[in-house]
Design a protein around this ligand. Structure first.
Ligand code: EPU
Length: 346
């Protein structure tokens, strides 16, 4: 266990936050032993996976940070149509997806290139390009932080919804996910319906892409739109796309006929927060400019995707908190819609 440990390499925003205690878990037995340890029992705890969806608001974390780094991918079951694959929580998510695609397994290809680790993927039910983690999730194993007992959560136990699960709500901080089992298909239709996937493939002469070509296309589309966290600090989408009532949407559409929108099953309408942010802005003396591409010395709104807040270096978590508050307020003032962060504040 280390003390006064700088978490900068462990949060993709790249903020300097110092943890009072830090431990890296490479074997599950280490975790089982840790749960009996006094520091673990008495201190405030933070379970850190890839750190790709975490905002350290302060420079100091007064407690223990547990970094899960366990590795391993194994096939549990296989027949001619399907395969059940177990991945340990510390496996790199993009590597896992790439490995499954190379084997010809379908079900997570549209989730290619999302930075993070396998163990964090169910926590916020990661999603992209018309696919969500829950679509291929079979079950996960987790350890109770109070009793050290193992528990298996089946899909229905996890209460998945858009960027949500039981692990982010009722069970927050109560369990540590140690492995995830996926049910993947050996053959399945590809999902090309979202946004510009089809047009990108057509432009590149791939009308009928293979699984591998789709995977690579999604990596390229993401690269073009989202910052590389090795170069610019960010957590991907900072806010969730808000879901509003049909009546409120119709009123908005009258005023903004081009507003993009996606109907939800319950009759409500999902509106892209990126569009709302792009079409609002910081108040200036001479009117209102767009937030998109706005920056001060340390932080800003990514120029190619307004949903992504970025840290250019030298800033503090509070700079992002202040910017996020200003954006929330201006979106509320202009459109009457409250947008909520998808990023976890610590
Ligand atoms: N838009 C704008 N301006 C912007 C950004 C977006 O007008 O600055 C418009 C686009 O033109 C488009 C719509 O908003 O009509 C949706 O944009 P996009 O396809 O880029 O997706 P998003 O809704 O902004 C979501 C996820 C992303 C995921 C993409 C692709 C959330 C919060 N974000 O973004 O997930 O990669 O769809 O599926 O649902 C993440 O969670 O970190 C993340 C990157």
């Amino acid at each position: 266990m280390k003390t006064n440990f700088n978490l900068r390499p462990y949060n993709s925003f790249g903020f300097d936050a110092v943890a009072k205690y830090f431990i890296e878990i490479n074997e599950i037995q280490q975790l089982e032993a840790l749960i009996q340890n006094d520091v673990f029992r008495n201190e405030k705890r933070l379970i850190l996976s890839g750190g790709n969806n975490i905002l350290f608001q302060n420079d100091y974390f007064d407690g223990l940070v547990v970094h899960i780094n366990t590795k391993g991918i194994e096939i549990l079951q296989e027949d001619e149509n399907e395969v059940v694959v177990r991945a340990q929580a510390g496996e790199d998510w993009p590597y896992f997806v790439k490995t499954m695609v190379a084997k010809g397994y379908h079900g997570i290809e549209n989730l290619a290139h999302i930075p993070g680790k396998v163990g964090a993927a169910p926590v916020q039910n990661i999603g992209a390009y018309g696919m969500e983690l829950k679509d291929s999730f079979l079950r996960c194993e987790a350890i109770s932080v109070t009793t050290g007992e193992k528990h298996v959560f089946m899909k229905d136990d996890c209460r998945f919804s858009y960027r949500e699960s039981i692990f982010k709500n009722e069970l927050k901080g109560k369990y540590i996910i140690t492995s995830v089992d996926f049910q993947l298909k050996k053959n399945a239709p590809l999902n090309l319906d979202y946004g510009n996937i089809k047009s990108y493939l057509e432009q590149n002469g791939m009308e009928n892409p293979t699984l591998q070509q789709l995977h690579d296309a999604i990596c390229a589309i993401r690269d073009a739109k989202l910052p590389d966290v090795k170069q610019i600090g960010s957590c991907g989408s900072f806010f969730k796309n808000p879901v509003i009532e049909q009546a409120q949407f119709e009123a908005l559409q009258k005023e903004y006929p081009n507003i993009p929108h996606y109907p939800e099953a319950d009759g409500k309408v999902k509106v892209p927060a990126g569009w709302l942010i792009e079409h609002s802005g910081p108040s200036t003396g001479s009117g209102t400019a767009s937030w998109k591409g706005w920056r001060n010395e340390h932080v800003g709104v990514y120029e190619k995707q307004a949903l992504v807040l970025v840290h250019y270096g030298g800033g503090k978590g509070q700079d992002i908190v202040e910017l996020a508050n200003r954006i929330q307020e201006s979106v509320k003032n202009k459109f009457g819609i409250h947008i909520f962060p998808e990023v976890n504040f610590v």
